[in-house]
Design a protein around this ligand. Sequence first.
Ligand code: EPZ
Length: 419
Amino acid sequence: MDKLVIEGGKPLSGTIRIHGAKNAALPILAATLLAREPVTLRNIPKLLDIEVMLDIMRDLGCAVLRRGDVVTIDGTVADSSHVPERLMRLMRSSVFLMGPLLARFGEVQVYQPGGCAIGERKIDLHLRGLAALGAKIEETGSRIVCKAARLTGAEISLDFPSVGATENIMMAAVMADGRTTIIGAAREPEIQDLQRFLNAIGAKVRGAGTDTITVDGTDNLGGCDFQIIPDRIVTGTAMVAAAATRGEVTLEGAESAHLISLIHVMRRAGVHIETEDGIIRVGAKGRPRAVDRIVTSPYPAFPTDMQAQLMVLLSLAGGVSVIKETVFEGRFKHVDELCRMGADIRIDLNSAIVRGVPRLYGTAVEATDLRAGAALVIAGLAAHGRTIVEQVHHIDRGYDEIERMFASLGGDISRVSDG
Ligand code: EPZ
């Protein structure tokens, strides 16, 4: 298992380019199964989750070719609609395949993806949406089989603006008979990118980015050449690392419009942030100010995927901050590790009370999930002394060689492979 070795205390400085968005690429890769011609996707990052998804697509019979960050997929030769359990358990995002496979083959077999370090991760909203489109759903143990000779457009109301459920329903609906309306839809930029992709292959999707999305079914979906949006969470992670190490960093190929809530919170903490077309500049000289209340909530509110990273910055602030996590029930696994580095954080139900300390101290810590791991890397970069981050495979799911990104900004960080 790889480890990251970090000698902290050095302010980050320099310029990096942000890679493509994992959470846009995953549903769009699944959606290529709907195209009747080959599709070229650009800005596809090299991440564990992406490689697992490409393996699943190959397992389904698709022709997949990767050249750098360009992936060409011919889904027309796919000949299976059964997602293997071993791959399903490896990555819960394979649940995105349900909609396209059901629309394409009239049947799909998947397995309950199971919970993970951050929560139960139910898929009841996905299944309810597909059933509303006419799918018959049979659950036997962890195996789920959905069948529908033909899907029919419907009005679907989501109890919670689930990103994955919104995306699955959008993809299932593009070939359904008639109109589908999703009420209470998620509004994330990745949903908007999926709409852009679906319309590029000839679908008729409207409203992504608002809480109501309509899809008018059509059969003639062709191919396209499409570029994925930049990863807003990788962008935010680099921004927080620059501030926590009191550095000066420029991020290129970044979309500041996708990070308004984070930018506002960081400015309240005293971080200097300038934005212009495709560029974000972040600088911090002194200790951050405490921010008394941050609540994670669906987009455009403060993103749950930035909660752990921001907690590191506020653990160094002058004063007490409160962070409330309302999206996932188990997303505080990083707190114990940060406290072992000298942070003063107390959990009260789904809120973290963060009493800022002057500095953190390096020690051996363990990544428990993707964003908690990224937060521990930021803490190591800001801390005094050496930090060893273990279980780095969690981080590799969402960051393309995180050590290279921060080393190019002057961070003293390297990867040690245990073979
Ligand atoms: C997506 O996960 C992202 N993953 C997550 O990013 C992100 O944290 C999350 O959206 C929220 O923004 C991808 O896009 C691949 P949800 P998803 O459905 O779709 C409950 C990362 O770090 N829920 O919006 O799984 C669920 O339990 C990852 O990149 C149901 O109850 O998120 C959770 O509490 C982590 N029933 C909440 O909704 C359902 O059917 C949010 O889930 C579906 C979800």
